[in-house]
Design a protein. Structure first.
Ligand code: PLP
Length: 456
């Protein structure tokens, strides 16, 4: 029998929780920690026996759902056989070779090699180093700046946290790091001028990017990093024409494209990758989350042929590629990823996310259409968001003190639905496991609607 009180006390006295108001937690104002004890399908349960539909798949990661015994068995098999060996100096395991081969086959762009980390943040840190390394090796040592977008999210380590384009991730942390720049976010609802079409808005955003590159000097700009669909910054699909226009600018100035597929990868948008859906041809691709559905920590920086060929070409001159972690390519994580990707393929989860996702988008729009405070209902595949405003016609925002998004999220939770209050604005976000059914989608939308009505 779990002693709930002891667990809560131990936690409160000793865990430094990410993204938590420390004083409110310490004083008990936030209540006790939720002790999560189990999960099955699209739901989790806590120590008090409550169950919640997880409308956010953990943190957009548990795509195959909770409690998949196939993955648990693959993890156990590998742990019994060989729990750990490193991958330095050309060591490998069967599971790692298999995973790498399949990632190179399936990744967008002209993928050549896969480097492994443990989180999206460290994989993006690796991407930055690869951009610097590549440009040093090809004799362009000034071409090092990396441009990301306002409201983009790329993690919270030093470089990935700098790429993240929201100031509250930088404040008091001495970020952004020099040489990481930001350009405008492609959100038509907020950014477009009166009467401006999505295509015209996309051209304007691309022109702004071009101006920034020219202002800084193209010989100093190494890469542009972006999520195909902006995630934590508000779950915002790109406006029409955006990726075509942006890629034309990047090619013109020889700037690499890093596609951060940490959320979009492995089916979330209804395609295998967000890049596939939007016609992106990235030079470097970052994956994590859906790669193992959260069953083990694993990320990858997938390196395209253009970058890799320069690295290999310079090897006689510069020696070994001196970057790697003790746990790069961990065999248990690789076994988990293979078992997860087997499920993704067998159950055609990308296709399922496209079909069930279309139902989700339709239901969300229909249900919230009459609500005056639903300023924009948006999404793609099984990613969705409702942005709440005080006045739909003038787009006047709610007073931040009212914490409308957070209160609706809390009300939803009390009704047994986890839907995330996004950190930027009054936005309720959804990213359910890709195994969700249409009936469960209806339940999620209805619970979110009832929660909204309760608050406003
Ligand atoms: N990139 C994107 C697009 C993400 O959404 C996230 C996390 O949410 C990250 C990177 C960072 O991943 P991690 O939290 O595993 O470091």
């Amino acid at each position: 029998m779990i002693d709930i009180k002891t667990i809560a006390e131990r936690d409160r006295s000793s865990v430094l929780h990410p993204f938590t108001q420390l004083k409110d937690f310490a004083s008990g104002k936030l209540g006790d920690p939720t002790i999560v004890t189990g999960g099955k399908g699209i739901s989790i349960r806590d120590a008090e026996g409550r169950t919640y539909i997880d409308g956010f798949a953990g943190l957009y990661c548990v795509n195959i759902g909770y409690g998949r015994t196939e993955v648990a068995e693959a993890i156990a098999r590998q742990a019994y056989q060989l729990a750990y060996y490193h991958t330095y100096a050309a060591h490998t395991t069967e599971e790692l070779a298999k995973l790498s081969h399949r990632l190179v086959q399936m990744a967008p762009g002209n993928a050549s090699k896969v480097f492994y980390g443990l989180s999206g943040s460290d994989a993006n840190e690796t991407q930055a180093k690869l951009v610097w390394y590549y440009n040093n090796l090809r004799g362009q040592p000034k071409k090092k700046k990396i441009i990301s977008r306002e409201r983009g999210y790329h993690g919270c380590s030093v470089i990935s946290g700098s790429m993240t384009g929201m100031s509250f991730y930088h404040d008091q942390m001495d970020l952004p790091f020099p040489g990481i720049l930001h350009t405008g976010t492609p959100h038509h609802y907020w950014g477009a001028e009166h009467g401006e079409s999505e295509e015209a808005f996309s051209r304007r955003r691309a022109a702004e990017l071009e101006e920034l590159i020219v202002r800084e000097g193209a010989e100093t700009v190494g890469a542009f990093i972006a999520e195909p669909v902006l995630g934590t910054g508000g779950i915002t699909p790109p406006p029409s024409g955006y990726w075509r226009e942006i890629q034309a600018v990047l090619r013109r100035y020889d700037v690499l494209l890093i596609a951060d597929e940490v959320i979009c990868g492995f089916g979330r948008t209804g395609a295998d990758f967000g890049s596939t859906l939007y016609g992106m041809e990235p030079d470097l691709v970052t994956v994590a989350k859906g790669l193992t559905s959260g069953y083990m920590p694993l990320s990858a920086a997938i390196v395209g042929e253009k970058v890799y060929s320069v690295m290999e070409g310079a090897a006689d001159r510069v020696g070994a590629f001196s970057h790697g972690y003790t746990y790069s390519g961990h065999p248990i994580a690789a076994a988990a990823a293979n078992a997860v990707l087997d499920i993704v393929e067998k159950e055609q989860l990308s296709n399922r996310a496209r079909v069930v996702g279309a139902h989700f988008q339709k239901r969300l729009k229909e249900r919230f259409a009459q609500l005056e405070i639903a300023g924009e209902v948006r999404g793609v595949g099984l990613l969705g968001a409702i942005e709440f405003v005080a006045d739909r016609h003038t787009k006047r925002r709610f007073d931040a003190q009212l914490k409308v998004g957070a209160r609706i999220s809390k009300a939803a939770r009390e009704r047994g639905l986890i839907a995330r209050a996004m950190p930027h604005g009054d936005i309720l976000g959804f990213a359910p496991p890709l195994v969700v059914s249409e009936g469960e989608i209806d339940e999620i939308v209805e619970l979110a609607y009832q929660a909204t009505r309760q608050v406003i």
